[in-house]
Design a protein around this ligand. Structure first.
Ligand SMILES: *[C@@H]1O[C@H](CO)[C@@H](O)[C@H](O)[C@H]1NC(C)=O
Length: 85
């Protein structure tokens, strides 16, 4: 006996699989960004600011409101000898 709603089974499978993949990707990207969404269209200035934030807080997505830079901040930067793009 044919099941009248037999197309719902692969439809449900596809929906669950795409949903699981998207949720896992979302969770993975947020875990790498301190719970924030991923950044898009990053240019050289953004990379420089992310490098600064990494030196200030230990994470490229970190933010701080301290008015005094941490120990060693003045000597931890990299002098880029040439444009690496
Ligand atoms: C990713 O997860 C966050 C927080 O759980 C949620 O706000 C956001 O809408 C999700 N993004 C997608 C594309 O599901």
């Amino acid at each position: 006996m044919p099941v009248p709603w037999e197309a719902l089974i692969p439809f449900g499978l596809l929906t669950v699989m795409f949903g699981a993949a998207g949720t896992l990707l979302n969770a993975s990207q947020r875990a790498q960004n301190l719970g924030k969404g991923p950044r898009y269209n990053i240019d050289a200035w953004d990379e420089m600011m992310m490098d600064r934030d990494n030196r200030l807080t230990g994470n490229k997505r970190g933010q701080t409101s301290d008015t005094v830079a941490p120990e060693g901040f003045s000597t931890s930067s990299t002098w880029y000898a040439q444009n690496t793009q």
